[in-house]
Design a binder for this molecule. Structure first.
Ligand SMILES: Cc1ncc(COP(=O)(O)O)c(C=O)c1O
Length: 408
Protein backbone atom coordinates (compact mmCIF):
# COMPACT_ATOMS: atom_id res chain seq x y z
CA UNK A 1 0.00 0.00 0.00
CA UNK A 2 1.37 3.40 -0.97
CA UNK A 3 1.92 5.55 2.10
CA UNK A 4 1.02 9.17 2.34
CA UNK A 5 3.73 11.73 1.49
CA UNK A 6 3.47 15.04 3.35
CA UNK A 7 2.88 18.35 1.61
CA UNK A 8 6.42 19.47 2.51
CA UNK A 9 7.69 17.01 -0.09
CA UNK A 10 5.94 19.06 -2.79
CA UNK A 11 8.54 21.83 -2.45
CA UNK A 12 9.86 22.78 -5.87
CA UNK A 13 13.53 22.20 -6.54
CA UNK A 14 15.85 25.20 -6.33
CA UNK A 15 17.09 25.04 -9.95
CA UNK A 16 20.35 26.77 -9.18
CA UNK A 17 21.36 23.67 -7.24
CA UNK A 18 21.03 21.69 -10.49
CA UNK A 19 23.21 24.27 -12.27
CA UNK A 20 25.83 23.85 -9.54
CA UNK A 21 25.84 20.11 -10.12
CA UNK A 22 26.17 20.59 -13.90
CA UNK A 23 28.98 23.14 -13.46
CA UNK A 24 30.81 20.79 -11.07
CA UNK A 25 30.49 17.96 -13.62
CA UNK A 26 31.81 20.17 -16.42
CA UNK A 27 34.73 21.39 -14.31
CA UNK A 28 35.59 17.78 -13.40
CA UNK A 29 35.35 16.68 -17.05
CA UNK A 30 37.59 19.60 -18.13
CA UNK A 31 40.16 18.65 -15.55
CA UNK A 32 40.10 15.00 -16.62
CA UNK A 33 40.40 15.73 -20.34
CA UNK A 34 42.90 18.52 -19.74
CA UNK A 35 40.66 20.38 -22.19
CA UNK A 36 41.53 23.89 -21.08
CA UNK A 37 44.75 25.45 -22.32
CA UNK A 38 47.32 26.14 -19.60
CA UNK A 39 46.53 29.25 -17.60
CA UNK A 40 42.95 29.44 -18.86
CA UNK A 41 40.26 29.73 -16.22
CA UNK A 42 38.09 26.67 -15.79
CA UNK A 43 34.33 26.97 -15.56
CA UNK A 44 33.41 30.54 -14.65
CA UNK A 45 31.16 30.14 -11.62
CA UNK A 46 28.53 32.86 -11.52
CA UNK A 47 25.52 30.75 -10.66
CA UNK A 48 25.40 30.81 -6.90
CA UNK A 49 25.62 33.61 -4.38
CA UNK A 50 28.44 32.66 -2.16
CA UNK A 51 31.73 34.40 -1.49
CA UNK A 52 34.73 32.88 -3.22
CA UNK A 53 36.71 33.61 -0.08
CA UNK A 54 36.65 31.48 3.07
CA UNK A 55 36.08 32.61 6.64
CA UNK A 56 38.26 35.58 7.54
CA UNK A 57 41.62 34.59 8.97
CA UNK A 58 40.87 35.75 12.52
CA UNK A 59 37.63 33.73 12.58
CA UNK A 60 39.35 30.54 11.38
CA UNK A 61 42.13 31.03 13.94
CA UNK A 62 39.63 31.46 16.77
CA UNK A 63 38.05 28.14 15.79
CA UNK A 64 41.47 26.42 15.61
CA UNK A 65 42.44 27.84 19.01
CA UNK A 66 39.22 26.60 20.56
CA UNK A 67 39.72 23.10 19.14
CA UNK A 68 43.40 22.99 20.16
CA UNK A 69 42.41 24.01 23.68
CA UNK A 70 40.21 20.91 23.77
CA UNK A 71 36.91 22.79 24.07
CA UNK A 72 34.21 20.09 24.10
CA UNK A 73 31.92 22.08 21.77
CA UNK A 74 28.68 20.89 23.30
CA UNK A 75 25.30 22.48 22.72
CA UNK A 76 25.08 26.17 23.45
CA UNK A 77 21.96 27.84 24.81
CA UNK A 78 19.22 27.69 22.17
CA UNK A 79 19.69 31.37 21.34
CA UNK A 80 23.49 31.01 21.15
CA UNK A 81 26.58 31.97 23.09
CA UNK A 82 25.81 35.00 25.30
CA UNK A 83 29.05 36.67 24.17
CA UNK A 84 28.08 36.31 20.49
CA UNK A 85 24.57 37.65 21.12
CA UNK A 86 26.09 40.64 22.91
CA UNK A 87 28.53 41.19 20.03
CA UNK A 88 25.74 41.09 17.45
CA UNK A 89 23.71 43.56 19.53
CA UNK A 90 26.75 45.88 19.62
CA UNK A 91 26.96 45.64 15.83
CA UNK A 92 23.53 47.33 15.61
CA UNK A 93 24.80 50.23 17.70
CA UNK A 94 28.12 50.52 15.83
CA UNK A 95 26.81 50.03 12.29
CA UNK A 96 23.32 51.59 12.35
CA UNK A 97 23.26 53.61 15.59
CA UNK A 98 20.34 51.48 16.79
CA UNK A 99 20.13 50.15 20.36
CA UNK A 100 19.14 46.47 20.45
CA UNK A 101 19.13 44.44 23.68
CA UNK A 102 21.16 41.19 23.44
CA UNK A 103 18.08 39.39 24.81
CA UNK A 104 16.39 40.05 21.43
CA UNK A 105 19.14 38.31 19.45
CA UNK A 106 18.69 34.66 18.49
CA UNK A 107 21.66 32.92 16.87
CA UNK A 108 20.38 30.48 14.23
CA UNK A 109 21.53 27.84 11.77
CA UNK A 110 22.08 30.38 9.00
CA UNK A 111 19.32 32.64 7.77
CA UNK A 112 17.78 29.45 6.39
CA UNK A 113 17.33 28.11 9.91
CA UNK A 114 15.85 31.44 11.01
CA UNK A 115 12.99 31.44 8.48
CA UNK A 116 10.96 28.50 9.82
CA UNK A 117 11.38 29.78 13.40
CA UNK A 118 10.23 33.27 12.45
CA UNK A 119 7.37 32.09 10.23
CA UNK A 120 6.05 29.58 12.78
CA UNK A 121 6.22 32.10 15.61
CA UNK A 122 4.57 34.89 13.64
CA UNK A 123 2.03 33.16 11.39
CA UNK A 124 -0.54 30.37 11.35
CA UNK A 125 -1.41 27.93 8.57
CA UNK A 126 -3.53 29.78 6.04
CA UNK A 127 -1.97 33.17 6.81
CA UNK A 128 -1.03 35.27 3.76
CA UNK A 129 2.51 36.58 3.51
CA UNK A 130 3.39 39.05 0.75
CA UNK A 131 6.69 39.37 -1.08
CA UNK A 132 8.07 40.94 -4.24
CA UNK A 133 8.50 38.83 -7.36
CA UNK A 134 11.21 38.02 -8.41
CA UNK A 135 12.06 36.62 -4.99
CA UNK A 136 14.40 34.24 -3.20
CA UNK A 137 12.55 30.99 -3.85
CA UNK A 138 12.90 29.43 -0.38
CA UNK A 139 10.70 32.19 1.15
CA UNK A 140 7.70 30.90 -0.74
CA UNK A 141 8.67 27.23 -0.51
CA UNK A 142 9.14 27.33 3.27
CA UNK A 143 5.87 29.23 3.80
CA UNK A 144 4.03 26.78 1.56
CA UNK A 145 5.53 23.77 3.35
CA UNK A 146 4.26 25.27 6.62
CA UNK A 147 0.75 25.66 5.21
CA UNK A 148 1.01 29.43 4.81
CA UNK A 149 0.12 31.27 1.60
CA UNK A 150 2.65 33.41 -0.29
CA UNK A 151 1.07 36.52 -1.85
CA UNK A 152 3.17 37.48 -4.85
CA UNK A 153 3.64 41.12 -5.82
CA UNK A 154 4.94 41.29 -9.41
CA UNK A 155 7.69 43.92 -9.52
CA UNK A 156 9.81 45.25 -12.35
CA UNK A 157 12.32 47.91 -13.20
CA UNK A 158 9.75 50.66 -12.53
CA UNK A 159 10.11 50.06 -8.76
CA UNK A 160 13.67 48.74 -8.93
CA UNK A 161 12.28 45.20 -8.50
CA UNK A 162 11.07 46.10 -5.00
CA UNK A 163 7.51 46.36 -3.64
CA UNK A 164 5.98 49.81 -3.26
CA UNK A 165 3.60 51.26 -0.69
CA UNK A 166 0.97 51.53 -3.43
CA UNK A 167 1.18 47.79 -4.12
CA UNK A 168 0.67 47.04 -0.43
CA UNK A 169 -2.20 49.49 -0.06
CA UNK A 170 -3.92 47.80 -2.99
CA UNK A 171 -4.06 44.48 -1.11
CA UNK A 172 -7.53 43.95 0.31
CA UNK A 173 -7.52 42.56 2.92
CA UNK A 174 -3.95 43.40 3.95
CA UNK A 175 -1.72 40.36 4.24
CA UNK A 176 -0.68 38.91 7.61
CA UNK A 177 2.98 39.39 6.82
CA UNK A 178 5.41 40.97 4.40
CA UNK A 179 8.92 39.84 3.51
CA UNK A 180 11.29 42.59 2.41
CA UNK A 181 14.83 42.07 1.21
CA UNK A 182 17.00 45.13 0.55
CA UNK A 183 19.37 44.43 -1.15
CA UNK A 184 17.34 41.64 -2.69
CA UNK A 185 18.21 38.40 -4.35
CA UNK A 186 18.02 38.14 -7.42
CA UNK A 187 18.15 41.78 -8.60
CA UNK A 188 20.55 43.20 -5.98
CA UNK A 189 18.42 46.35 -5.76
CA UNK A 190 17.56 48.26 -2.59
CA UNK A 191 14.74 50.35 -1.19
CA UNK A 192 15.78 53.91 -0.33
CA UNK A 193 15.62 54.38 3.49
CA UNK A 194 12.53 56.66 3.37
CA UNK A 195 10.55 54.12 1.29
CA UNK A 196 11.77 51.30 3.53
CA UNK A 197 10.64 53.19 6.66
CA UNK A 198 7.29 54.10 5.06
CA UNK A 199 6.62 50.42 4.31
CA UNK A 200 7.68 49.40 7.84
CA UNK A 201 5.29 52.00 9.31
CA UNK A 202 2.48 50.89 7.01
CA UNK A 203 3.02 47.32 8.27
CA UNK A 204 2.78 48.44 11.91
CA UNK A 205 -0.33 50.52 11.24
CA UNK A 206 -2.06 47.63 9.45
CA UNK A 207 -1.11 44.75 11.75
CA UNK A 208 1.20 43.24 9.14
CA UNK A 209 4.25 41.44 10.53
CA UNK A 210 7.33 42.62 8.65
CA UNK A 211 10.13 40.09 8.14
CA UNK A 212 13.19 41.95 6.87
CA UNK A 213 15.85 39.77 5.27
CA UNK A 214 19.02 41.84 5.73
CA UNK A 215 21.46 39.11 4.73
CA UNK A 216 23.15 41.32 2.10
CA UNK A 217 23.80 44.21 4.45
CA UNK A 218 27.47 45.09 4.37
CA UNK A 219 27.64 44.10 0.70
CA UNK A 220 26.35 47.40 -0.64
CA UNK A 221 28.14 49.67 -3.03
CA UNK A 222 27.25 53.12 -1.86
CA UNK A 223 24.36 53.90 -4.17
CA UNK A 224 21.59 53.53 -1.54
CA UNK A 225 22.15 53.65 2.25
CA UNK A 226 21.34 50.50 4.26
CA UNK A 227 18.28 50.66 6.51
CA UNK A 228 17.54 48.06 9.18
CA UNK A 229 14.00 47.28 10.22
CA UNK A 230 15.33 47.13 13.79
CA UNK A 231 15.68 50.92 13.54
CA UNK A 232 12.18 51.74 12.36
CA UNK A 233 9.78 49.11 13.69
CA UNK A 234 9.32 47.57 17.14
CA UNK A 235 7.27 44.70 15.71
CA UNK A 236 9.52 43.67 12.79
CA UNK A 237 11.60 40.51 12.65
CA UNK A 238 15.11 40.97 11.20
CA UNK A 239 16.93 38.04 9.59
CA UNK A 240 20.68 38.17 8.99
CA UNK A 241 23.59 35.78 8.57
CA UNK A 242 27.34 35.28 8.60
CA UNK A 243 27.09 33.69 5.13
CA UNK A 244 27.59 36.74 2.91
CA UNK A 245 29.45 39.82 4.21
CA UNK A 246 31.25 37.71 6.83
CA UNK A 247 32.19 35.10 4.20
CA UNK A 248 31.27 32.09 6.37
CA UNK A 249 28.71 30.39 4.17
CA UNK A 250 29.39 26.78 5.11
CA UNK A 251 29.68 27.48 8.83
CA UNK A 252 25.90 27.76 8.95
CA UNK A 253 25.37 30.53 11.42
CA UNK A 254 22.96 33.45 11.23
CA UNK A 255 20.75 35.47 13.54
CA UNK A 256 17.38 37.02 14.20
CA UNK A 257 16.58 40.33 15.87
CA UNK A 258 13.22 39.63 17.45
CA UNK A 259 10.44 41.91 18.62
CA UNK A 260 9.76 41.44 22.34
CA UNK A 261 6.52 39.48 21.78
CA UNK A 262 8.27 36.83 19.68
CA UNK A 263 11.36 36.27 21.87
CA UNK A 264 9.96 33.44 24.00
CA UNK A 265 7.93 31.77 21.21
CA UNK A 266 11.00 31.64 18.96
CA UNK A 267 13.16 30.39 21.83
CA UNK A 268 10.78 27.50 22.47
CA UNK A 269 10.70 26.63 18.78
CA UNK A 270 14.50 26.86 18.51
CA UNK A 271 14.97 24.57 21.53
CA UNK A 272 12.85 21.94 19.83
CA UNK A 273 13.90 22.38 16.19
CA UNK A 274 17.66 22.84 16.36
CA UNK A 275 18.75 22.87 20.06
CA UNK A 276 21.46 25.32 19.03
CA UNK A 277 23.51 26.55 16.08
CA UNK A 278 26.90 24.80 15.70
CA UNK A 279 29.09 25.77 18.65
CA UNK A 280 32.38 26.00 16.73
CA UNK A 281 30.75 28.24 14.09
CA UNK A 282 29.53 30.58 16.82
CA UNK A 283 33.07 30.92 18.21
CA UNK A 284 34.37 31.77 14.74
CA UNK A 285 31.48 34.13 14.02
CA UNK A 286 32.19 36.19 17.10
CA UNK A 287 35.82 36.58 16.03
CA UNK A 288 34.72 37.60 12.50
CA UNK A 289 33.59 40.96 13.88
CA UNK A 290 37.30 41.66 14.45
CA UNK A 291 38.20 41.03 10.79
CA UNK A 292 36.64 44.06 9.15
CA UNK A 293 39.74 45.06 7.11
CA UNK A 294 39.78 41.66 5.39
CA UNK A 295 36.03 41.71 4.82
CA UNK A 296 36.15 45.20 3.36
CA UNK A 297 38.82 44.03 0.91
CA UNK A 298 36.41 41.28 -0.18
CA UNK A 299 33.70 43.88 -0.62
CA UNK A 300 36.00 45.99 -2.80
CA UNK A 301 36.48 42.96 -5.05
CA UNK A 302 32.72 42.37 -5.36
CA UNK A 303 32.28 46.00 -6.27
CA UNK A 304 34.92 45.69 -9.01
CA UNK A 305 33.19 42.57 -10.35
CA UNK A 306 29.84 44.33 -10.32
CA UNK A 307 31.24 47.38 -12.10
CA UNK A 308 32.94 45.12 -14.65
CA UNK A 309 29.70 43.29 -15.43
CA UNK A 310 27.62 46.46 -15.58
CA UNK A 311 30.15 47.96 -18.00
CA UNK A 312 30.82 44.87 -20.16
CA UNK A 313 27.45 43.13 -20.50
CA UNK A 314 25.68 45.89 -22.49
CA UNK A 315 28.42 45.61 -25.13
CA UNK A 316 27.60 41.91 -25.38
CA UNK A 317 23.94 42.54 -26.02
CA UNK A 318 22.73 42.23 -22.42
CA UNK A 319 21.70 45.82 -21.93
CA UNK A 320 18.65 45.50 -19.71
CA UNK A 321 20.25 44.96 -16.34
CA UNK A 322 19.03 45.60 -12.81
CA UNK A 323 20.91 48.51 -11.23
CA UNK A 324 22.41 46.31 -8.52
CA UNK A 325 22.96 48.43 -5.41
CA UNK A 326 24.30 45.51 -3.41
CA UNK A 327 24.57 41.74 -3.01
CA UNK A 328 26.25 39.61 -5.69
CA UNK A 329 23.69 39.64 -8.45
CA UNK A 330 22.48 41.20 -11.65
CA UNK A 331 19.12 40.48 -13.22
CA UNK A 332 19.50 40.46 -16.98
CA UNK A 333 16.67 40.47 -19.52
CA UNK A 334 17.45 38.00 -22.33
CA UNK A 335 14.00 38.16 -23.93
CA UNK A 336 15.50 39.37 -27.22
CA UNK A 337 17.77 36.29 -27.41
CA UNK A 338 15.61 33.42 -26.24
CA UNK A 339 12.31 32.47 -24.67
CA UNK A 340 13.87 29.65 -22.70
CA UNK A 341 16.26 30.83 -19.98
CA UNK A 342 17.09 27.32 -18.61
CA UNK A 343 18.14 26.17 -22.11
CA UNK A 344 20.13 29.38 -22.63
CA UNK A 345 21.91 28.97 -19.29
CA UNK A 346 22.67 25.34 -20.16
CA UNK A 347 24.21 26.42 -23.50
CA UNK A 348 26.19 29.18 -21.86
CA UNK A 349 27.67 26.58 -19.54
CA UNK A 350 28.25 23.92 -22.21
CA UNK A 351 29.67 26.20 -24.93
CA UNK A 352 31.25 29.13 -23.09
CA UNK A 353 31.93 27.49 -19.73
CA UNK A 354 30.04 30.25 -17.91
CA UNK A 355 27.62 29.06 -15.21
CA UNK A 356 24.65 31.38 -14.60
CA UNK A 357 21.22 30.85 -13.09
CA UNK A 358 18.03 30.83 -15.16
CA UNK A 359 15.56 33.40 -13.91
CA UNK A 360 12.65 30.97 -13.71
CA UNK A 361 13.83 30.04 -10.22
CA UNK A 362 12.94 33.52 -9.05
CA UNK A 363 9.93 34.42 -11.15
CA UNK A 364 8.08 31.26 -12.11
CA UNK A 365 4.61 32.72 -11.57
CA UNK A 366 4.94 35.09 -14.52
CA UNK A 367 6.83 32.61 -16.65
CA UNK A 368 3.94 31.46 -18.85
CA UNK A 369 2.80 35.04 -19.40
CA UNK A 370 5.98 36.90 -19.80
CA UNK A 371 7.97 37.37 -22.95
CA UNK A 372 11.12 38.50 -21.13
CA UNK A 373 13.30 35.67 -19.99
CA UNK A 374 15.81 36.47 -17.34
CA UNK A 375 19.18 35.28 -16.32
CA UNK A 376 20.95 35.92 -13.08
CA UNK A 377 24.71 36.29 -13.15
CA UNK A 378 26.11 36.36 -9.65
CA UNK A 379 29.29 38.24 -8.90
CA UNK A 380 30.36 36.79 -5.59
CA UNK A 381 32.92 34.27 -6.64
CA UNK A 382 36.60 35.01 -6.29
CA UNK A 383 39.61 32.81 -6.93
CA UNK A 384 39.69 33.13 -10.74
CA UNK A 385 36.11 31.98 -11.08
CA UNK A 386 34.56 35.43 -10.97
CA UNK A 387 33.25 37.64 -13.74
CA UNK A 388 36.65 39.29 -14.20
CA UNK A 389 37.84 36.05 -15.79
CA UNK A 390 34.59 35.57 -17.69
CA UNK A 391 34.82 38.90 -19.41
CA UNK A 392 38.55 39.03 -19.99
CA UNK A 393 39.47 35.66 -21.37
CA UNK A 394 39.65 35.98 -25.19
CA UNK A 395 38.58 32.44 -26.15
CA UNK A 396 35.56 32.66 -23.89
CA UNK A 397 34.66 35.99 -25.40
CA UNK A 398 34.66 34.40 -28.84
CA UNK A 399 32.20 31.75 -27.72
CA UNK A 400 30.02 34.31 -26.00
CA UNK A 401 30.08 36.39 -29.18
CA UNK A 402 28.29 33.57 -31.00
CA UNK A 403 25.61 33.44 -28.31
CA UNK A 404 25.28 37.14 -27.57
CA UNK A 405 25.07 38.93 -30.90
CA UNK A 406 26.11 42.30 -29.50
CA UNK A 407 29.39 41.01 -28.12
CA UNK A 408 32.19 43.26 -29.27
C1 LIG B 1 18.07 36.47 0.19
C2 LIG B 1 18.66 35.31 0.92
N1 LIG B 1 18.22 34.99 2.16
C3 LIG B 1 18.69 33.93 2.82
C4 LIG B 1 19.66 33.10 2.27
C5 LIG B 1 20.15 31.91 3.06
O1 LIG B 1 21.36 32.18 3.67
P1 LIG B 1 22.06 31.27 4.77
O2 LIG B 1 23.33 30.77 4.16
O3 LIG B 1 22.36 32.20 5.91
O4 LIG B 1 21.14 30.19 5.16
C6 LIG B 1 20.18 33.39 1.00
C7 LIG B 1 21.19 32.54 0.38
O5 LIG B 1 21.64 32.75 -0.73
C8 LIG B 1 19.66 34.53 0.30
O6 LIG B 1 20.09 34.86 -0.92
Amino acid sequence: MALKIGRGAAARPFLVMDVIAAANAKAAANAKAAAAPPGAPGVIRMEVGQPGTGAPRGAAEAAIRALRAGAPMGYTEAFGLPSLRARIARHYQDHYGVAVAPSRIAVTVGASGAFPLAFLAAFDPGDRVAMAVPFYLPYANILTALGMAPVLLPCDAATRWQPSLAMLEALDPPPDGLILASPCNPAGTMLPPDEFAAIAHWCEANGVRLVSDEIYHGLTYGTVPEATAAGCSASAVVVNSFSKYFSMTGWRVGWLVLPEDLVRPVECLAQNFFISAPHIAQVAAEAAFGCIAELEANRARYRRNRDLLLAALPGMGLDQLSPADGAFYLWADIGHLTNDSPAFAARLLAEAGVATTPGVDFDRPRQPLSAPQLLRPGGGHGGGGGPDGAVAWPARRMTMRRMLPGTA
